[in-house]
Design a protein around this ligand. Structure first.
Ligand SMILES: [Zn+2]
Length: 304
């Protein structure tokens, strides 16, 4: 807890330094020169965090691009548009309805929500929320990172054990809410699998089922084709890309922090994104969503 507070503080001062030293302006210039699209993702932000983020980009002269528009640009090998930003949201949290959808409608911006089918269908808690609470209460001994590294069957075993001791609570949107949300012209729904497993830890059969069925179910609910996918925990290999392709997805999003560039035209199933965090300073999030926070990582990759 204390460590988290220290981290937040150190990161805040570092971010203020980055902002004051003109890094943001430099980055915006770089995005214009190299025609880079900024790609940002959220999970369960407060209304203030989400609205402030929208306002920040609008104030700085950016326009929002939808996943469909992005796909068209990349697929048709069109010239990369200038000063565009893409907002996507993972998991399908209940509060997205007020904190994201209402804001998207107010500001008339496109947003894609990647929905996890099973919690939406059943009202079950997200599995990592169950195991996190169980770990905190010493019911299980594995922390979240250890669990994510386990074979899928072993992970399920631990989740099932934890479930017996931890109270259920509704964390995700429900089916009616998702359908209602999907009717807004500003909102598109993508898939985030059925149960949010770590796909690279699943066998072929489960992986294909998660990818294929989530699309079929979401489409049966919303009556709109699902073209996009976000990898749970950002984990994927060539196998996952093959199943996405086989099942008529058109574009998929990773958690690799980078800009969308003309290179992305050849990697439609590996679109990068910058993550915005819910428990850090607003200064840090400005640095995160502009990519300034990840600059060293990105430059290293460019030079590799
Ligand atoms: Zn997720």
């Amino acid at each position: 807890m204390i460590n988290m507070k220290i981290r937040k503080l150190v990161a805040m001062f570092y971010s203020i330094y980055l902002i004051k030293s003109g890094k943001i302006e430099k980055t915006i210039k770089k995005c214009i020169e190299k025609r880079l699209i900024i790609s940002v993702y959220f999970h369960n932000p407060s209304k203030k965090l989400f609205e402030d983020s929208v306002k920040w980009f609008l104030k700085n002269g950016f326009q929002f691009i939808s996943v469909q528009e992005l796909y068209d640009v990349l697929k048709n090998k069109e010239e990369m548009p200038l000063k565009k930003v893409l907002f996507t949201i993972d998991d399908g949290w209940k509060d997205n309805k007020i904190n994201i959808v209402d804001v998207a409608l107010n500001y008339n911006i496109p947003v894609t929500i990647f929905a996890t089918v099973e919690p939406i269908n059943t009202g079950n808690r997200f599995w990592w929320s169950i195991t996190n609470e169980a770990y905190k209460n010493k019911i299980i001994k594995e922390n979240i990172n250890e669990i994510k590294n386990l074979d899928n069957n072993k992970r399920i075993e631990i989740v099932e054990k934890a479930k017996m001791f931890i109270e259920n609570k509704v964390e995700s949107l429900n089916r009616t809410e998702l359908i209602e949300i999907s009717k807004n012209k500003n909102i598109s729904i993508g898939s985030h699998t059925i149960t949010h497993p770590i796909l690279t830890k699943c066998n072929n059969k489960i992986t294909e089922f998660e990818i294929k069925m989530s699309k079929i179910i979401l489409e049966s609910w919303t009556k709109v084709p699902v073209i996009s996918f976000a990898y749970p925990n950002g984990c994927f290999n060539d196998r996952e890309i093959k199943y996405l392709n086989d099942n008529y997805y058109k574009i998929a999003f990773t958690t690799k922090p980078n800009y969308i560039s003309k290179e992305s035209k050849n990697h439609l199933f590996e679109i990068p994104r910058f993550d915005v965090l819910e428990n850090v300073s607003s200064y840090e999030n400005i640095c995160r969503m502009t990519g300034v926070w990840f600059e060293r990582k990105i430059n290293k990759k460019l030079n590799d």
